[in-house]
Design a protein around this ligand. Structure first.
Ligand code: PMT
Length: 400
């Protein structure tokens, strides 16, 4: 993970139970290469001690307006200079009220006023505090002021009640913060993807499938959302969490995947087939478990429709991107599929590089030739693929 390499984030922690999630968020950010400066309010320091954040960030934690560690003596200004973002998580109802009114009576509220980086807040409070008209007024004002509001989520609260007001989980905040810092070349675009394997049942317990984990397709869906697209993901049977902001449709078989794709297709600008669709399905699915017999068993298979080829052949087809998974002769196989299916772009990968694991090495085949993306985390590879698609849509030739 290197999403935040070279970036400094200022994390404000105010006084809520959810401060424990801020510690996990710091861990994720540091792991992703960020430098994190934590500024706690006096109430925030009551929940998670400075020593925890200091250990996680490797940096001193900031508390007061009169801190002498900053050479200029102006921590309230200097701390956010050069920072990529200031995120307040958790942000209490009280702190949001202060922000909405421009109060600046401690280090964190002062930092929020004296900044030239984006400000994001993650509200965390009891559901009645969240629903209170005063809080809703303050949130509306903050939105008008250009502050990004992350969450809150619905769920069980520290007080035992159920409702809106839970702070987002650390991983969700990480994703939202990352997305907020990305350029949005896909803004206004609609992207449809397939991901994962399909499962073609032989009987109620067995079937034909493959070992696609869905990781490449899910990473690509997330990269498209981060780039500003409206994303629909048709997923075969995988056990992955849905990336934030993605509309997901779960299917089992190739026929179901095809139906879901065709149903979601109107209005799509880009279609990306990442799924490892089973080329064949059993001609018949036994209604009961097939019993073991004395001799061999012959299965009769019939061809599944090629979803990508069908979409690409439509008169009003979106910009179509295929994947090619090969075990050898990558260039011949991938370029052959690009020409046969009349695709603008095929992402070729060797199964030994890309199937199942967290990393992949791909070669992008388009009309201008082959462009390699080196072995990297699938999220990084996905960003490279999105950048290539954006460039092709803009009519550019791409050098990697
Ligand atoms: O899921 P992971 O574990 O992360 O692994 C990622 C991956 C290796 C599965 C992925 O990177 C990949 O290569 N996906 C395509 C796998 C594949 O089935 O390739 P193919 O060469 O058989 O198919 C070519 C293209 O046609 C693909 O875009 C495929 O989605 C599409 N296709 C194939 C058959 C079919 N019946 N319908 C289709 O739409």
């Amino acid at each position: 993970m290197s999403e935040f390499r070279g970036k400094r984030i200022v994390l404000g922690v105010t006084g809520g139970v959810a401060a424990y999630k801020a510690a996990e968020l710091v861990r994720l950010l540091v792991k992703a290469g960020a430098e994190v400066d934590v500024a706690q309010t006096a109430a925030g320091a009551q929940f998670v001690g400075a020593a925890t954040f200091q250990a996680l960030t490797g940096r001193r934690v900031w508390h007061g307006l009169w801190d002498e560690r900053m050479d200029s003596g102006m921590a309230h200004i200097d701390l956010t200079r050069g920072a990529a973002a200031l995120l307040v998580a958790p942000a209490t109802a009280d702190f949001l009220a202060k922000l909405a009114h421009g109060l600046a009576d401690d280090l964190l509220s002062t930092l929020c006023l004296a900044r030239d980086c984006p400000l994001l807040v993650a509200p965390a409070m009891n559901r009645q505090m969240w629903e209170n008209p005063a809080t809703q007024r303050n949130i509306a004002q903050l939105r008008l002021d250009g502050v990004s509001i992350l969450g809150p989520a619905y769920g069980e609260q520290a007080c035992g009640e159920l409702g809106d007001g839970r702070m987002l989980e650390a991983g969700e905040l990480f994703d939202d913060l990352y997305a907020s810092l990305q350029a949005k070349p896909f803004a206004g675009k609609h992207v449809l993807l397939t991901a994962g394997p399909t499962f073609e049942a032989l009987d109620p317990v067995r079937g034909l499938t493959n070992s696609s984990s869905g990781k490449m397709g899910f990473a690509l869906a997330r990269a498209c959302v981060d780039a500003g697209a409206e994303v629909t993901l048709i997923a075969g049977p995988v056990s992955l969490a849905t990336p934030r902001g993605v509309r997901r449709v779960d299917v089992q078989t190739a026929l179901q995947m095809r139906a879901a794709v065709m149903q979601s297709l109107p209005g799509q600008n880009v279609f990306i087939g990442v799924a490892a669709v089973a080329d064949y399905r059993p001609r018949q699915t036994a209604p009961h478990k097939i019993k073991k017999g004395p001799g061999s068993l012959t299965l009769e298979l019939e061809a599944n429709p090629d979803i990508l080829a069908e979409v690409a052949a439509l008169p009003d087809a979106p910009f179509c991107v295929g994947f090619a998974a090969e075990s050898r002769d990558l260039a011949a196989g991938a370029e052959g599929k690009r020409v046969a299916k009349k695709l603008a772009l095929v992402v070729g990968n060797l199964v030994q590089d890309g199937l199942c694991g967290d990393t992949n090495a791909v070669t992008l085949f388009d009309a201008a030739g082959a462009h390699g993306l080196p072995l990297a985390d699938k999220s990084e590879v996905a960003r490279g693929i999105v950048a290539h698609i954006v460039a092709l849509l803009g009519g550019q030739h791409v050098q990697h």
